[in-house]
Design a protein around this ligand. Sequence first.
Ligand code: NAD
Ligand code: MG
Length: 389
Amino acid sequence: MSASVQKKRIAIFGSTGSIGTQALDVVRAQSDLFEVEILTAQTNDELLIKQALEFLPNAVVIGDEAKYTKVKEALASHDIKVFTGVSALEEVADFDTYDIMLAAIVGFAGLKPTLKAVSKGKLIALANKETLVVAGDIVMQTALENKSPIIPVDSEHSAIFQCLVGEARNPIEKIILTASGGPFLGKKPNFLVNVKRDHALQHPNWSMGAKISIDSATLMNKGLEVIEAKWLFNLRPDQIEVVIHPQSIIHSMVQFQDGSMKAQMGLPDMKLPIQYALGFPNRIANDFPRLQFKKYPSLSFEEPDYKTFRNLGLALEALKTGGNMPCVLNAANEIAVWAFLKNRIGFLDITAVVEKTMEKIDFIKKPTLEEYFESDGEARNFAASIMKL
Ligand code: NAD
Ligand code: MG
């Protein structure tokens, strides 16, 4: 690569997480192509400081205000701006000095900064699926108006995106999202009722943050991904199918009008879709381990167990209902997963909390952004009240 090529300046929102740290591995390995402009973290000040000292960004955000002074002092001898406080993420998302936002904050907290970057027409490498689950209509409309490309990082959506390259004129008949099935594939409610957090955190194929690991175990993750896919690829609910594929080698598939199907494959490693999103439209040479078919003599596929893993059905219902329902589903799920991680509720209670919250919160057909925030708050309060938090 010639030295005259402008490096892409990356803003990593959620740099201390599973996606954030893997993104920094990609940047480190491709330092002639990328440089870091912004790093943000909620609580992990030590890792944020370490990252900032290595990558020397223009600015960092530490969400936890109690840690501001420590971060500020640690970076004092470098020309790095340090921010904290409720509007800090939006403030740095508003900078003109970066090219790509990697949206890797977990949960609803990612919505505001991502929407700010979208409204500035930035290229978004989107890991934070909750942003689209909550307010997909507003985010996609704002992206269209500001010509902000949204490149998915979620492996399934990256797979579909890659299958669609060169197919702009060809309508999608349907997409097939693959799901590993998580650590409890094949288990029934009599087993799940006693499942504890540490077991649920152990995903067979992927190593991820705590929230998405629990979502994968309950299949809520696949439900959120169906909603994410609807917005990213402008699909009707009946065009999205879910299939369990325990080996996680086919990351997803697209079927076209002639019945032909394309699949994208690879070893389960998030660095691949992260690198693809940052490098798009180029594929960048790397030394990641290669998929060898002989090591996978059989790839298998089965129907999800909707009766046992009811979260998937609840998410599909929220998608069909539309309006603020996916936002309510997401909020109730976030707080229920949080409670499960704190050993405050059981595994199956997560579904019960989501279901009851969806029944309770007033339906709004076409919410404004403010109404999405209100629905999120109401759903959290109600979910917390039934869990007696
Ligand atoms: P994680 O928990 O490992 O990291 C989350 C990051 O967000 C951390 O840097 C943390 O500091 C920051 N953060 C947490 N709460 C915050 C808040 N309230 N305000 C601001 N920042 C906050 O999560 P992860 O596994 O890296 O997942 C990040 C996102 O990517 C999620 O939306 C997840 O669904 C999606 N995703 C992750 C994977 C994966 O392999 N980990 C795969 C596909 C999609
Ligand atoms: Mg995924």
